[in-house]
Design a protein around this ligand. Structure first.
Ligand code: SP5
Ligand code: ZN
Length: 382
């Protein structure tokens, strides 16, 4: 296991398979990589998709691969510092924090793993608006009844190490935000699990706590008057959008595969979602057709950056998912590593950047893609 002390170890360099190392073509990195070994403790153990349990793509190996690639490119590794729950309560319902912290222990105490072979928390009843129809929201007596209280899909499972990793990922993002608030031009939070699908009181899409939103709120609390969240994950960050939807001080701007063409998160990410109340104009969605490729994707990223520049941003959080890439199994956007590097340059030119890892599921290329984006960011960040 790689240490959090910045020493690259033999045997985990990305060139072990004979390809050039990630530090070669994509460039060297000097920005700090904020990391916690605890991010590896979450093992969703698959995902229930369309009624069947499938292997799932949000696996611990993703984080190991990203860390090895960043270290091979020369980046120093900084251990995540633990932050108080108050930093999370800025963007999440404390009741959801309590749920996430305790549901595995309740599940285990209820005998679900030992007596029934249910090795992960999987919800089956969801208290939607239509189900409640105005009734008060009660707390179900059964743990399996409670399991869907905050979760909105069947793909976001919880196991024994999940909360440890979820909390560590948030600490990575908060630590990186602290480095940038303290004067660093850029920092990279190697968060796992990812976060941009998690809203104030709802989680799903392989996300539990919204790491990028927590970083943006921390930058605001540290004195940035305006923060821009630029989301280049292949999917729309419905959670981040929802958290900041009525706020003028945090721009949310995303380029993503068009939910109108049938893609997750299906219910959000449309171009007419422009913000509410004082936040009108501080939300920008640029949905893209499947198969878009570098030129169209980079034009959209430039559009996000233009909006950030126009509104003014003292600091930038980039939701850095590399699942828009050509080989990614979860999206059809077909962006190249060079496209990611150029997107990084566009974003880095906006100001100091906190890069927060989101998706990216092709283990063979996600390290190279992320290093490319980060090298673009740090070549331009001011
Ligand atoms: C953070 C992030 O990128 N979350 C993306 C979640 C999107 N997953 C929705 C689609 C799930 C279906 N996966 C099908 C792959 C074959 N098993
Ligand atoms: Zn994604």
């Amino acid at each position: 296991m790689p240490d959090a002390d910045g020493k690259p170890g033999a045997g985990r360099m990305p060139d072990a398979d004979g390809k050039p190392g990630a530090g070669g073509a994509a460039g060297r990195l000097t920005l700090p990589v904020v990391w916690s070994e605890r991010c590896l403790r979450h093992d969703p153990g698959g995902e229930v998709w369309l009624g069947r349990c499938e292997p799932g793509t949000e696996v611990p190996e993703r984080a190991r691969t990203l860390l090895a690639a960043a270290q091979a490119a020369g980046a120093p590794v900084v251990p995540a510092r633990s932050h108080p729950d108050a930093a999370l309560a800025a963007v999440h319902d404390p009741a959801m924090l309590e749920f996430l912290a305790s549901i595995w222990a309740d599940w285990e105490a209820g005998g679900y793993p030992a007596e029934h072979g249910r090795t992960r928390v999987v919800p089956y009843v969801f208290p939607t608006e239509g189900l409640l129809a105005g009734l008060p929201l009660r707390t179900p007596a059964a743990v399996h009844g409670r399991a869907g209280r905050f979760c909105y899909d069947t793909m976001t499972l919880i196991g024994p190490g999940s909360w440890t990793a979820i909390r560590a990922a948030a600490d990575c993002a908060l630590t990186a935000a602290g480095l940038v608030a303290g004067g660093a031009r850029a920092a990279y939070a190697l968060c796992r699990p990812p976060g941009h699908h998690a809203a104030r009181s709802a989680f799903g899409g392989s996300c539990y706590l919204n790491n990028a939103a927590a970083a943006a709120a921390a930058l605001r609390a540290a004195g940035a008057a305006r923060v821009a969240v630029i989301d280049i994950d292949a999917h729309h960050g419905n959670g981040t959008q929802a958290i900041f939807y009525d706020r003028p001080d945090v721009l949310y701007a995303s380029a993503h595969v068009d939910p109108g063409a049938g893609w997750f998160p299906h219910y959000a990410g449309y171009p007419d979602e422009r913000g509410a109340g004082d936040g009108v104009g501080a939300n920008l969605n640029l949905p893209l057709a499947p198969g878009t490729g570098d030129a169209g994707w980079l034009a959209a990223v430039a559009g996000l950056c233009a909006r950030a520049r126009r509104r003014g941003a003292d600091a930038v959080v980039v939701s850095l998912g590399v699942d828009a890439a050509e080989a990614d199994p979860e999206s059809p956007l077909r962006v190249s590593a060079d496209g990611y590097r150029r997107a990084g340059e566009l974003i880095g030119a906006l100001g100091p950047v906190v890069a927060v890892q989101e998706g990216g599921y092709d283990l063979a290329t996600l390290g190279e893609l992320t290093v490319a984006a980060l090298s673009g960011i740090e070549s331009a960040a001011r």
